[in-house]
Structure formats: structure tokens, C-alpha cells
Design a protein around this ligand. Structure first.
Ligand code: NAI
Length: 384
């Protein structure tokens, strides 16, 4: 069939298999162009199919030459609907990795479940021996814990409600977003889903199964950002979950003598998860405009190239809290001053001029395999 984008709110409900494959190939080419370094040899990536996790997997496979096992939660095609982008991305990644002589397998299932943890352990035992790196890059809306309790995360403020500008993605206009304050139950649920408990559970399960090498590095991702987004991000319900990730990082470092746990604070980027957060897409469009003007813009793959080929390999490349700062360029004073000024000025009338709306949408469509150079979108493709 001919696959076209079908955008609904902040999600595209179709994905283009050829475009997704092309996207993955381009990311691989980027990593290859930067050369190889000595790093981990066998890597488990949890949340490996899109965004930062996919870019991490590509970086370690083609930058270290690592064998990779990926975990993701994606939908296959049923013959009428396309599969999700992460499904096509993963298939393309595996094909390219195999061509390069690298081991690559993926497990499509719920990373929070005991069953998927066991499948991962069995696969490591039968195929890989022991692993020496775990990337934890889950972004999930809900979690069922092993006792059957279901938790749903919320994107709300903590304390008092908050109003600020937002970009309405349906027509690129500027409106006011009113974000209500999360109650205690919602905050706790968000911590359960996006906090660090499951990261610790993974380390425990892998340790108990005896599938970890003598020296292991694990990394989880977070975001801090500027004051404009504090109420909805760093000081909002998701921020509470991220604080739990920081605590969990310390717990892992204390509890497991062979594991070095790190947190990387990444740059704000268009991904399926970030598009869903109110206020943040407007900030991203203003940020992109300024970072592109200064030649500092990076996507997921450029960020992960810098992380894995450089910063994660050197324990001294951390801030005073021990965080790896991949948002170093985003948070530069000269960037943030311009973004803050434009934030005050931006309206529906001038947003196309002040913000990188086109760049936002380009990256948005590309996440689903659309608007990629060299792909014939009028051609029939096999969506299976
Ligand atoms: P994403 O939505 O692109 O990727 C999420 C991944 O998690 C996908 O591979 C998906 O299949 C997988 N996943 C979701 N639920 C799952 C489940 N139950 N079981 C197995 N796999 C599951 O998200 P993104 O943006 O790459 O986020 C990854 C991490 O990076 C998150 O911790 C996020 O907070 C963090 N981060 C994101 C930033 C951004 O601007 N996008 C900035 C800084 C940090």
C-alpha cells in the first residue's frame, strides 16, 4: 500500500517502513563517520526502538562494535494498519547490524514485567554470555508492577496549578496551557512509572541470574531544562520521578560493587514522548532556532555519539552532582538568554519567524519515517 502520515494531536498513527529504515541507516552512517572507540562489548538497551534508546543502540553497535540486545514495546502490522515506527526501526537496525557482523536481537514486550526480564536473561545466557553495559531509556505512560497493580503517570505540576504559553500542534498557534497540580496519588504513580524502581529491579534480576560482567556501566536519562519549563518538567510530576531516578542511581552504586550507574541529562528533543508534554514543544522550537543559528543543534544520534564516544568513558566528565551533562550546549547562557527573551515575545502572529516550527515538524514526521530525502512516498510498500 501507499503509506501516508496520519497525524492526530501529538502522534502520527501511521509509520513508513522504508522511511524508518532510511532513518536508521542515516543514523548508522553518522556514527560510522565519527570512527570507533574502545567501549562496552555486550550491551542491553531497554527502550531501544525510538528516540534516545534507538540512538544509544546505534552508537554502541557501530561506535564500539558492540553486540546488542534491545527491549521495546511496539506494535506489529496486522496487514491493514502499519506497524509502529519503533517496530520498523528495530527491524532495520537488526538487518544493518547483521550485515556488519554484529549480534543483534530484540524482545518486544513489557520491560516492567517479570516475563520480559526472564526472556532477556535467557537470551543473554544462551547467546551473549555476560553483558557489560545496560542503557535504561524507557519512556512509558503506565506500568503494571509484579503484584498486578497498575500505575499511570501524569504530566502535571506539583503544588499549585500553572499557566503558560504553549504551541498548539494542530495549527501552530500560541495558546495558554492551564496545567493542574497533581495530587499525591498521581505523583506517586508517576514515580512508579518513570522513577528508578524498575531500573534497580533490572540490576537485581541481572545480578541474581549471574549475567553481568565484572565491570558494568549502566546509564539512565533525564532532563532538567530552563526555568520556563520547571513547573511542568523539573519541578512537576515527571521531575519528581526523575529525582527518584537520581536516588536509584545512588542505590545501584551502593548496592552492586561491579556496577557503575550514571545519569545523563540529555538535550530537549522532538520524540514521541516529549511531543506529549504541554509547553515543552514551544520551548523546543525556540531552542532549535537559536541552536541552529549558532551551529550547535544536535538530534538524538549526535547527542548519543558524544555521550558514548566521549563523556561516558571518562568518569571526570560530570557536574557537581555527578550528572553527565549532554544539555551543556542547550543550557549555555547565550542560548538561554535568547530563548527566554523570545518566549516573552512569541505570539501566533510571529511564531513562524521567532521559532523553528518547520524544523519541529520535519523532525516529527521523520520519527515516523516520513519526509526523508531519497524515499519514494508514492511507491507501494509492504507494511508487514
Ligand atoms: P521515546 O518515546 O522515543 O522512547 C521510549 C522507548 O521506550 C521506546 O523504545 C519504547 O518502545 C520503549 N517502551 C515504552 N514503554 C515500554 C515498556 N513498557 N516496555 C518496553 N519498552 C517500552 O522516548 P525518549 O524521548 O527517547 O525517552 C527516553 C528517555 O530519555 C526517557 O527517560 C526520557 O525522560 C529521557 N529524556 C528525553 C528527552 C527528550 O527531550 N525527548 C530529554 C532528556 C531525557
Amino acid at each position: 500500500m501507499v503509506v501516508e502520515p496520519r497525524v492526530k494531536d501529538f502522534i502520527c498513527t501511521t509509520a513508513h517502513p522504508v522511511g524508518c529504515a532510511e532513518n536508521v541507516k542515516k543514523q548508522i552512517e553518522y556514527i560510522k563517520s565519527k570512527g570507533k572507540v574502545e567501549g562496552a562489548k555486550k550491551v542491553l538497551v531497554i527502550g531501544a526502538s525510538t528516540g534516545y534508546g534507538l540512538a544509544s543502540r546505534i552508537a554502541v553497535a557501530f561506535g564500539y562494535g558492540a553486540d546488542t540486545l534491545g527491549v521495546m514495546f511496539e506494535k506489529e502490522s496486522n496487514g491493514r494498519r502499519t506497524a509502529t515506527a519503533g517496530f520498523y526501526n528495530t527491524r532495520a537496525f537488526e538487518e544493518e547490524a547483521h550485515k556488519a557482523g554484529l549480534y543483534a536481537k530484540s524482545i518486544n514486550g513489557d520491560a516492567f514485567s517479570l516475563e520480559v526480564k526472564q526472556q532477556v536473561i535467557d537470551t543473554i545466557k544462551s547467546d551473549m554470555g555476560k553483558i557489560d553495559m545496560i542503557v535504561y531509556s524507557l519512556a512509558a505512560p503506565r506500568r503494571t508492577t509484579p503484584d498486578g497493580t497498575k500505575y499511570t503517570s501524569v504530566l502535571k505540576t506539583v503544588g499549585s496549578e500553572y499557566t503558560n504559553k504553549t504551541l498548539l500542534l494542530k495549527d501552530n498557534s500560541i495558546a495558554e496551557a492551564h496545567i493542574s497540580a497533581a495530587n499525591e496519588e498521581e505523583i506517586n504513580a508517576t514515580i512508579k512509572v518513570m522513577g528508578g524502581e524498575d531500573w534497580i529491579d533490572w540490576m537485581q534480576a541481572l545480578t541474581d541470574a549471574g549475567v553481568l560482567a565484572d565491570e558494568v556501566t549502566t546509564v539512565a536519562y533525564s532532563y532538567i531544562g530552563p526555568k520556563i519549563t520547571f513547573p511542568i518538567y523539573a519541578e512537576g510530576s515527571i521531575g519528581m520521578a526523575k529525582k527518584d531516578v537520581y536516588k536509584s542511581c545512588d542505590i545501584i552504586n551502593e548496592r552492586f560493587s561491579n556496577i557503575k550507574a550514571k545519569v545523563a541529562i540529555n538535550k530537549a528533543l522532538v520524540t514521541q514522548s516529549s511531543s506529549a508534554i504541554p509547553v515543552v514543544p514551544l520551548y523546543i522550537t525556540l531552542l532549535y532556532k537559536e541552536m541552529k543559528a549558532k551551529g550547535l543543534h544536535e538530534g538524538c544520534i549526535e547527542q548519543m555519539q558524544r555521550l558514548f564516544m566521549d563523556k561516558i568513558l571518562d568518569d571526570s566528565k560530570v557536574d557537581e552532582n555527578g550528572f553527565i551533562r549532554m544539555d551543556d550546549w542547550e543550557m549555555r547562557d547565550d542560548i538561554q538568554e535568547v530563548v527566554a527573551k523570545k518566549w516573552d515575545e512569541v505570539t501566533t502572529e510571529n511564531v513562524a519567524e521567532l521559532a523553528d516550527i518547520d524544523g519541529y515538524w520535519e523532525e516529527f514526521y521523520q520519527m515516523f519515517g516520513f519526509k526523508i530525502d531519497g524515499v519514494d512516498y508514492s511507491a507501494d510498500v509492504d507494511i508487514m
